[in-house]
Design a protein around this ligand. Structure first.
Ligand code: COA
Length: 184
């Protein structure tokens, strides 16, 4: 299956050995600050299974991010077709989750640029979106660095969370294929 390479990252298919470090980061309160709850080992493994099934169905997905310098598993960066319905679906979103020890080095942005290039040039998408809660400023900053734009008219309540849930409100960022300002 396809891999993408950047100066510091190998975005590649998942391996069994990724499951343990992935489960560890999914219990880290820093990593899970803007998720509904930390994941148990079972939930984390089930997520890996869903990511692999997504690759089989669509040919793209949330790639495992490996540091080329030492082969360490750092998290995921990639594309996902949201399973829920909203005003802006069907769509393809770009997303990222890295272990906290790898934050603040530009890795998410570097990997995401390669993912966007793949999304537009190989998959042939017309648009890629990204979404998060308003308070997730690091993720929003990555979106902005990629040239994605936020129209408050696109803000929405995530249908996967119950009414009144503090993480229900989401912001949507869009990057139409013809702009791609962040890719140069
Ligand atoms: C979001 C995440 C992937 C970013 O990874 P990263 O490799 O540190 O990202 P980058 O270094 O490429 O860019 C982060 C940017 O956010 C900025 N940033 C980080 N924390 C911030 C904060 N609390 N407030 C404002 N900006 C912040 C950084 O300064 C950087 O911007 P800069 O390059 O202009 O200085 C990482 O924080 C993460 O895995 N978080 C937990 C999972 C998550 O929330 N995923 C997204 C769900 S939608």
């Amino acid at each position: 299956m396809l891999s993408l390479t950047t100066p510091r990252l190998l975005l590649r298919p998942w391996q069994d050995a990724d499951r343990e470090p992935f489960a560890r980061m999914n219990t880290d309160p820093r990593v899970m600050e803007f998720m509904p709850a930390p994941l148990t080992r079972e939930e984390s493994d089930a997520l890996v299974g869903r990511i692999q099934a997504h690759f089989e169905k669509h040919g793209f997905g949330l790639w495992a991010a490996e540091l080329r310098a030492d082969g360490a598993f750092a998290g995921y960066i990639g594309l996902a077709v949201p399973a829920f319905e909203a005003r802006f679906t069907p769509c393809v979103e770009i997303g990222w989750r890295l272990a906290a020890e790898y934050w603040g080095r530009g890795l998410a942005t570097e990997g995401a640029r390669a993912v966007l290039r793949h999304a537009f040039e190989v998959v042939g998408l017309d648009e890629v979106v990204s979404m998060t809660v308003p308070a997730n400023l690091a993720s929003r900053r990555v979106m902005e660095k990629l040239g994605m734009t936020h129209d408050p008219a696109d803000d929405f309540d995530h249908p996967g969370l119950p009414q009144g849930h503090p993480l229900r409100r989401h912001v949507l960022y869009r990057l139409p294929g013809e702009t791609r300002k962040g890719l140069s």
